[in-house]
Design a protein around this ligand. Structure first.
Ligand code: ZN
Length: 137
């Protein structure tokens, strides 16, 4: 894995939290994006090499809604950038990690993503992400 690409934070209101994090980081968000397949609205901040992703549920069956109901707002996942998501998924499977999706799926911020179940990673939801090449803004 290359680096921590971003940290995902589950919030009740993107609007309020965007203001809060702008003040905290002294930096404006660079991107707002809905990911309908995950039932979330996302906002990204870039701090040097890393990013912060705020996630708000926009549908009742959104995993973010369930997360907040159970645990409240807070850190939801850590995302690692990988060069080749398919081979990394194969490697992790062989190591015994439980993947939440069998094939990479399109995520926010022009990425292919795959999630690793928190029960196989000390309670931390792990996201693998690979930049979708040739389609950068
Ligand atoms: Zn993420």
């Amino acid at each position: 894995m290359n680096k921590v690409e971003h940290i995902g934070i589950a919030v009740n209101s993107i609007e309020e939290s965007e203001r809060l994090f702008s003040g905290l980081l002294n930096e404006n968000a660079y991107k707002v994006e809905n990911v309908a397949s995950e039932g979330v609205s996302t906002t990204f901040f870039k701090i040097g090499e890393s990013k912060i992703e705020l996630l708000e549920a926009i549908s009742d069956d959104s995993p973010i809604r369930r997360f907040i109901e159970k645990k409240g707002e807070g850190i939801h996942h850590i995302a690692f950038e990988v060069a080749d998501i398919e081979s990394e998924m194969k490697r992790l499977k062989k190591e015994g990690f439980v993947l939440l999706n069998e094939t990479p799926k399109p995520g926010a911020d022009n990425k292919l993503v795959c999630f690793v179940h928190p029960k196989s990673a000390n309670g931390v939801l792990i996201e693998l992400c690979q930049e979708i090449r040739g389609n950068n803004e």
